[in-house]
Ligand binder design. Structure first.
Ligand SMILES: *Cc1c(COP(=O)(O)O)cnc(C)c1O
Length: 395
């Protein structure tokens, strides 16, 4: 069959995106109610959203902030990361995971990943520990929790903090415990591409009341009194006690986030069904290999990455990507290893060869469309297109 790239008919006339949010009438009403209330920015919905996040994601305290990157900045700050401190970060992640260390003057030390799961390899993290290491920052890549028992053990033995970038994994569990409760601080993003959305938004979860208190200061200029309390007590007084930022999440966004959060369990269930469907279809396509899912975890499938067996193909991943896009399949690539970005090469002297497993994976990765509103028929189209493209380019 002629590929759409070469002028043939595409598998899909209406392109399938790789991710898409879903909003409903309840979301709309929640936002309208907030808009008609006395509070547009920091009002009662912030505390309410934080309570609901803490309950839903399984920890005592949640601090809501304006995006996932701000959540990472808050988390690294709460862990005391400062000038010259080293933090172990997997290379297979979004740049923000490492950037939060650099924001505070620290040095991200890139650790390679496990070839089967692309999660941080705890033994490689252990090998990278130096007297300057302050923390491990684990990333639950694609929605699968890292090996937190082993990471906690290493952190305990070397007095390191443990930060979870759980932006991919709300609703996932590790040995029966929810993501959100597995590290000293755990960060989430509510960007529309993630599991549930507040437009932009993020949060940090922690069991430590003092860390939560400090992060609440950090998100509000380091100022002690919030606007609402000041108004209630009728005074102008406030004190800036630390250098902070304006990382606040608005009441409007919290209204949307709270409404969406109620649908998280159903959405995770749906993502897992779609993943099962993909896995059964892909069993017939040996050139396309899904990542391994560990049996002691429930994966929440933010992404469904696959690796191409390039030995079976005459072309590289870029050509397969272009051919699939032409077929109307919204594939994507997650991620360019962070240590290969020019900023890290120039500022921290990183480069090719530092994390060979991540670098090899990057050559082969494709993220297939994955979002709760997708149907089984949509997934069938994805695999039909993959089959078509791989046949056309078979060696
Ligand atoms: C999305 C994401 C972030 C950043 O979240 P924003 O809300 O876009 O700032 C950080 N880390 C990972 C792994 C992410 O996927």
């Amino acid at each position: 069959m002629t590929l759409a790239l070469d002028g043939g008919p595409p598998v899909r006339i209406r392109p399938l995106p790789y991710a898409r949010q879903s909003t409903n009438e309840e979301d709309l009403q929640a936002v309208v109610a907030a808009l008609q209330s006395d509070w547009l920015t920091t009002g009662p919905r912030v505390d309410e959203f934080e309570r609901e996040l803490a309950r839903a994601l399984g920890n005592n305290h949640a601090v809501a902030v304006c995006n996932g990157t701000a959540a990472l900045h808050c988390a690294a700050y709460a862990m005391g990361i400062g000038s010259g401190d080293e933090v172990l970060v997997p290379s297979m992640t979004f740049a923000a995971s490492a950037n939060c260390v650099a924001f505070l003057g620290g040095r991200p030390v890139f650790v390679d990943v496990d070839p089967d799961t692309l999660l941080i390899d705890p033994e490689k993290a252990l090998q990278a520990v130096t007297p300057r290491t302050q923390a491990i920052l684990a990333v639950d890549y694609a929605g699968q929790p890292c090996d937190y028992d082993r990471l906690s053990e290493i952190a305990g033995e070397h007095s390191l903090g443990l930060i979870a970038d759980a932006c991919h994994a709300p609703g996932a569990t590790y040995r029966g415990r929810p993501v959100g409760s597995l590290a000293d601080v755990s960060t989430f993003s509510f960007h529309p591409v993630k599991h549930f959305t507040s437009g932009e938004g993020g949060a940090v979860l922690t069991a430590d009341e003092e860390k939560a208190r400090r992060m609440k200061l950090f998100r509000n200029h380091g100022i002690l009194t919030d606007h609402r309390k000041r108004e209630q007590t009728g005074t102008w007084f406030y004190e800036m006690v630390d250098l902070g930022y304006n990382y606040r999440l608005t009441d409007l966004q919290c209204a949307l986030g709270m409404s969406q959060l109620r649908r998280l369990p159903g959405w995770v269930h749906r993502r897992r069904q779609l993943a099962d469907h993909y896995r059964s279809l892909l069993a017939n396509l040996p050139a396309v290999r899904p990542l391994a899912a560990a049996v002691d975890r429930t994966h929440s499938y933010h992404l469904f990455p696959v690796r191409l067996d390039l030995a079976c193909l005459r072309v590289d991943r870029g050509q397969v990507f272009a051919a699939l896009r032409a077929e109307g399949i919204g594939v994507n690539v997650h991620y360019i290893p962070v240590h290969l970005h020019p900023y890290y090469r120039e500022r921290f002297g990183t480069g090719p060869g530092l994390c060979p497993v991540a670098e090899q994976a990057y050559q082969e990765l494709l993220s297939l469309p994955m979002f709760p509103l997708m149907s089984e028929d949509d997934a069938d189209d994805v695999v039909t297109a993959l089959d078509k493209v791989i046949r056309a380019y078979a060696r």
